[in-house]
Design a protein around this ligand. Structure first.
Ligand SMILES: [Cu+2]
Length: 85
């Protein structure tokens, strides 16, 4: 679930992460989007549900693509851990 409680829009940008997963759907309001998703823009107050299956273990970089936001600390890491055998 992605939730933007701020008065500004933000991006969920994690290209390598998005390239390594299978998206079942993104649900936002009354719209359900199917197919490959590479980036989400969350308008102020937006809530979206992204249902996906990661296909490649690894550590992936996440940032907000709006100018100045990553520099201000809007970055993170996504870790996909292999399922224990
Ligand atoms: Cu941002």
């Amino acid at each position: 679930m992605l939730d933007n409680p701020s008065p500004e829009k933000h991006y969920f940008t994690a290209k390598d992460f998005a390239d390594g997963l299978w998206t079942q759907k993104v649900q936002a309001g009354n719209v359900e989007v199917k197919g490959a998703i590479h980036e989400l823009e969350l308008k102020p107050g937006a809530i979206a549900e992204w249902v996906f299956v990661p296909e490649r273990a690894g550590t992936y970089e996440l940032h907000c693509a709006i100018a100045g936001h990553a520099e201000a600390g809007m970055v993170g890491q996504l870790e996909v851990v292999p399922k224990p055998a």
